[in-house]
Design a protein. Structure first.
Length: 231
């Protein structure tokens, strides 16, 4: 069963979606405002349906904050029809934009198709906002641009991406990437971290240094991206 988080301040719209989706076997959880949605979001949610105009923080800010911690699909549902509203949504990481009023059957079809596509992509893509790691072709993709990685660069970045938000010591990285029979020291890790950061460009700050210990791969906001680049 799929699970969808509906973030919408109008009760009757939430109810329409919940009633139709429940009949189709989709579990729906509801949030009436942004902060509530952020507190409810977890790894069991397959997709987010997100309104723009809500009390507290608006849908744009919710989308921005969600994209810092999840790659799950986000579909905006809004009565705002201006082009700039839709462009803003996509710039913040939305996957689709559905205008109100909508047909529940069409919205359902979009949701199911997007969840299936996302689950298929997860088999070979590690996605962190605009940063993707293609595990089949062993390449880095940033904002649609394909970037070639050397063998050890790829191995290092893949290992970090598979252990996002986890502290990885230099010794652990050496053992996993270079092998237990490697007799060098942690400077090899530091050297390749610099190489990978260079490939990540403006997203280099995703690899954060923990002084005297190791590194953490963590998706950070714009203010933090460059903070750690030169350590």
């Amino acid at each position: 069963m799929y699970k969808v988080l509906v973030v919408e301040d109008e009760f009757h719209i939430r109810q329409i979606i919940k009633d139709y989706f429940s009949l189709k076997g989709i579990e729906v959880i509801e949030a009436s405002q942004g902060y509530e949605a952020l507190s409810m979001m977890d790894d069991t949610v397959d997709l987010i349906l997100l309104d723009i105009m809500m009390p507290g923080i608006d849908g744009y800010e919710v989308c921005k904050q969600l994209r810092l911690k999840t790659k799950k699909p986000i579909i905006f549902i809004s009565a705002l029809s201006e082009e700039e509203n839709q462009l803003m949504a996509f710039e913040l990481g939305a996957d689709d934009y559905v205008m109100k009023p909508f047909q529940p059957s069409i919205l359902y079809a979009k949701v199911v198709a997007m969840i299936k596509r996302d689950q298929k992509q997860e088999e070979h893509l590690l996605v962190f906002g605009h940063v993707q790691l293609d595990r089949i072709n062993r390449i880095l993709i940033i904002e649609g641009e394909k970037i070639t990685l050397a063998h050890k660069e790829y191995e290092l970045l893949e290992y970090m991406c598979l252990h996002v938000n986890q502290l990885l010591s230099r010794q652990v990285i050496l053992d996993k990437i270079w092998g237990y029979d490697y007799y060098g020291d942690g400077r090899a890790v530091d050297t390749y971290v610099k190489k990978v950061r260079k490939k990540l460009g403006k997203y280099a700050g995703y690899i954060q240094t923990v002084i005297k210990t190791g590194y953490i791969f963590k998706v950070v906001d714009d203010d933090e991206k460059t903070k750690d680049n030169n350590r």
